[in-house]
Design a protein around this ligand. Structure first.
Ligand SMILES: Cc1cc2nc3c(=O)[nH]c(=O)nc-3n(C[C@H](O)[C@H](O)[C@H](O)COP(=O)(O)OP(=O)(O)OC[C@H]3O[C@@H](n4cnc5c(N)ncnc54)[C@H](O)[C@@H]3O)c2cc1C
Length: 513
């Protein structure tokens, strides 16, 4: 069996950037379950945040990130994020990510809850596509071995230390094992938990299940960010309409044409994501519709087509000319805030196991992610993983965060009799209805009972779809049970039966096996 210094699972920004840096210190294998660019990274539109503009500073970026985090951000991790942003952006430029420029300088745009324009973008609204392409080209030109269509199914351990990974070759149906010194999970999020989501089909919570089953701690799972504006047209997948569209002056209107956001928040259309998402839900309820409208018709057509070419083209392909027509939108599940708990060096509590990107919970997002901080988080903390494993990191940072932790384990629940058949569609409907943008005790209890019953009844997985459903069921249980425990509303977690934020709940809910 071949042994590598590093095995990286996942080929989005977290996986590829880690692999490129790790290659300077040893042999690297990247395992990815689809083709190399089958990722959420490729779909990122708005951009990547960094305090590089005039009038901006890491201190201001830190403040905005902490404000969005609603009392749960780890200040030490946020400080690292904002301080190391500009050098990591320089790396991206070195890797030939073609950030857009204006008058010879990197162009910066505004997004919700940022106090100044600080979002770098590429190809207008195709930032992720350019990042994925640039990094994958670098990886292909390197000595890094990449195995596409390999699904990681189990972390191999010896005396509680990681020794390698077991993976399913999805093309032949056979299993293979690989040894390594360091294993880095960069498997992305779990948007496929929800009926309406903006994520790629790969986002099935695999990393959460792999890490949890290997004994890693999983934190903050109740916080799942819903993007306020995904396209809502019959028969069209909920394609993201970037926050940057509102940043450039787009306004939300209800079905009577009223600009309603000013009634909900002083920052109107640029209020934090959770506020905009819930305001939209409220407007939809009031008018018994399933959508509101994003209006950019007052902006010069040239601005729309050059700044948002991707969105413009996608809508036009579906019969909507957004320079003249209103864009029908509704919220959709977007980003997994919680994840595998890591310290500021990307280390989990399991020896030799690291996590990077969306699957990791570094603590920077707290209870709510500031727009465009996730691509940045992926590169800042990936770099630190490689520093740590290469022995360049100084002191081991303490894993504890400043706010307290509540440790918990998944208990048994009685098996229910009349439950829908477990499958992707029923699972997505269940989470959307009972554990979505707003939640309450009854709905969460029902969902938790059904998920526990499904977990007991699922046959051992054998192929990619059955592994993914099994991983989603476990991830959904961790999310739903945590949402049930947290009897308050904070950041992305909103309980209609506990609508206030409570100081008692200024803590992290951490799962242990
Ligand atoms: C539509 C959209 C727009 C976004 N826009 C922005 C934005 O403008 N700015 C921003 O900062 N963030 C944005 N985000 C969020 C951001 O794109 C993601 O958080 C980030 O790209 C995640 O990168 P990653 O490397 O962690 O995971 P991903 O890019 O999702 O990659 C995960 C990888 O893991 C692989 N994988 C998963 N499970 C397994 C397994 N079991 N075995 C093998 N391989 C596996 C997948 O195949 C994939 O290669 C957006 C997200 C979406 C969906």
């Amino acid at each position: 069996m071949k042994k590598y210094d590093y095995i990286v699972v996942g080929s989005g920004i977290g996986g590829l950037y880690t692999a490129l840096l790790a290659r300077e210190h040893g042999s690297v294998l990247v395992i990815t379950k689809g083709s190399i660019d089958d990722t959420n990274t490729k779909n990122a539109q708005g951009g990547i945040a960094a305090a590089i503009g005039k009038g901006d500073s890491p201190g201001l970026h830190l403040q905005d990130t902490i404000n969005a985090g609603a009392g749960l951000s780890d200040e030490e991790a946020v400080k690292i994020l904002v301080d190391e942003a500009s050098v990591r952006i320089a790396d991206m430029v070195r890797y030939r990510v073609p950030f857009d420029t204006l008058d010879g300088e990197i162009a910066l745009t505004m997004e919700a809850a940022h106090s100044v324009p600080r979002i770098l973008h590429a190809g207008g609204d195709a930032t992720g596509e350019h990042i994925e392409l640039a990094l994958s080209q670098q990886v292909r030109a390197s000595r890094i071995q990449v195995l596409e269509n390999f699904l990681a199914t189990e972390i191999r351990l010896e005396k509680s230390r990681v020794t390698g990974i077991r993976a399913l070759d999805c093309r032949t149906g056979t299993f293979e094992e690989f040894d390594c010194d360091f294993l880095i999970l960069a498997t992305g999020g779990a948007g496929q938990l929800f009926k309406y989501n903006t994520n790629s089909g790969i986002a099935t919570g695999d990393g959460i299940a792999l890490a949890f089953n290997a004994g890693a701690e999983i934190a903050d799972m109740e916080f799942f960010q819903f993007h306020p504006t995904a396209l809502r047209m019959p028969g069209v997948p909920p394609f993201l309409i970037s926050e940057a569209v509102r940043g450039e002056g787009g306004v939300l209107r209800n079905n009577k044409g009223e600009h309603f956001m000013a009634d909900y928040h002083e920052k109107a259309d640029l209020a934090p994501r959770d506020v905009v998402a819930r305001s939209i839900v409220n407007e939809m309820k009031k008018s018994a519709t399933d959508r509101v409208y994003l209006d950019v018709t007052h902006l010069p057509a040239h601005t729309i087509t050059t700044r948002f070419p991707h969105i413009y083209r996608f809508c036009l392909d579906h019969g909507l000319d957004i320079t003249r027509d209103l864009i029908p939108v509704a919220p959709a599940a977007h980003y997994m805030i919680g994840g595998i708990r890591v310290n500021t060096w990307g280390e989990t509590n399991v020896a030799r196991l690291f996590a990077a990107g969306e699957v990791a919970c570094t603590g920077v997002h707290g209870a709510n992610r500031l727009a465009s901080n996730s691509l940045l988080e992926a590169i800042v903390f990936s770099k630190r993983i490689v520093e740590r494993t290469a022995g360049k990191a100084k002191e081991k940072a303490p894993a504890e965060s400043r706010v307290k932790d509540i440790y918990t384990t998944l208990g048994q629940r009685p098996s229910l009799k009349a439950v829908p058949a477990p499958g992707l569609a029923s699972l997505q409907q269940l989470h959307w209805d009972k554990a979505g943008i707003t939640r309450d005790k009854d709905g969460l209890n029902q969902a938790a009972g059904i998920l526990a019953t499904w977990q007991q009844s699922l046959r051992p997985p054998t192929d990619q779809p059955s592994y993914e459903v099994s991983n989603l069921v476990l991830t959904g249980r961790l999310l739903t049970e945590a949402a049930l425990i947290r009897e308050e509303s904070r950041g992305a977690h909103f309980r209609t039966d506990f609508p206030q934020t409570s100081p008692k709940w200024q803590c992290h809910i951490v799962w242990r096996k």
